[in-house]
Design a protein around this ligand. Structure first.
Ligand SMILES: [Zn+2]
Length: 313
């Protein structure tokens, strides 16, 4: 049984498995941290699975689980809530991808009331009568959104499931765009979650990374493979840099840098009358980038390439 939230004893904080994972990789939580069930009258010890795994797949993701069902109190609502509800189908709320973390994100416990973003950025959608609306998930790393994308693709719910990013709500199907054979004139300035196969390598002159997609964008008669540069300064200022470096270094060691890259960005190209032809994605926050091993291609094989309007700005 997968449990979403737990009480962490060391920080005296209720947190999601996602947050526990980030705190671990920011060196703010030990792998041996103690978690307990948040059910009333329940003190069942919980394990945060996969907390120390740098790479995530459909099978490997952080979650809480109890050692034994009997550890829970008899009336533990966490345990009971995990069973099918008698109140009808649960309607998931739109996920929210927060483009900036709160300044104190890694210091203080997260508020237990829904954040402001829930009311101002993600308009509430009424659940069908009798349905129970689940609370929206707020994510700070693109990796979490990609994880949901993979799950919705597997469940064939990409066209219905929605995610709010920067005040705009789109379906997962619309917001994910493959870089493969896109015409630059059609997509210049289109902010989306662009993805495709790529190679990552270390920068020669500083402790950063350079990424080049394997598939080009078409620019009239020319073609250009999009690139991303992650400079040392950008990485060193990033609280979860240890996870970022562990993932990238592992890919370089395991597959010669061959990987699948997802980036929340818009393609940037020089003016049409320029003699140069290139496409860059500028990343000013590593939370907006997710780099995975080539095994994710198996999970992506059936992903639709339907072109729909994405968020423009
Ligand atoms: Zn419990």
């Amino acid at each position: 049984m997968s449990i979403d939230e737990a009480h962490n004893v060391e920080r005296d904080e209720r947190m999601t498995a996602e947050r526990a994972y980030e705190l671990f990789w920011a060196d703010l939580l030990a792998a041996s941290a103690t978690f307990r069930c948040v059910g009333s009258q329940c003190t069942a010890p919980l394990i945060c699975a996969c907390i120390d795994k740098p790479a995530q797949t459909l099978r490997v993701r952080p979650y809480f689980r109890s050692r034994r069902i009997e550890d829970h109190a008899a009336e533990c609502e966490v345990l009971l809530g995990a069973r099918p509800s008698k109140d009808g189908p649960r309607t998931p709320a739109a996920d929210v991808f927060e483009l900036e973390r709160p300044a104190d994100h890694f210091n203080s416990p997260v508020a237990t009331t829904p954040s402001v973003a829930t009311s101002t950025r993600a308009p509430a959608v009424r659940a069908p009568s009798g349905g129970v609306r689940t609370q929206a998930s707020h994510y700070y790393r693109l990796s979490s959104v990609v994880q949901k994308f993979l799950e919705h693709r597997r469940d064939q719910t990409l066209a219905e499931a929605t995610v709010a990013i920067g005040g705009e709500t789109s379906t997962y199907e619309a917001v994910f765009r493959n870089v493969y054979r896109q015409k630059v004139e059609d997509v210049a300035g289109v902010r989306a979650i662009w993805w495709g196969t790529a190679y990552v390598q270390r920068l020669k002159k500083e402790n950063g990374y350079f990424i080049r997609f394997t598939r080009p964008f078409r620019m009239g008669e020319k073609e250009a493979k999009p690139t991303i540069t992650l400079g040392e300064k950008l990485i060193e200022a990033y609280p979860v840099r240890k996870l970022l470096r562990a993932r990238l270094d592992k890919l370089i060691a395991d597959s010669g840098g061959y990987c699948v890259v997802f980036v929340w960005a818009k393609p940037w190209t020089p003016p049409a009358d320029s003699s140069e032809a290139f496409v860059r994605f500028y990343v000013n926050n590593p939370d907006h980038l997710d780099v995975r091993g080539p095994e994710v291609l198996e999970e992506l094989k059936q992903t639709s390439r339907i072109v729909r309007p994405a968020i423009t700005s």
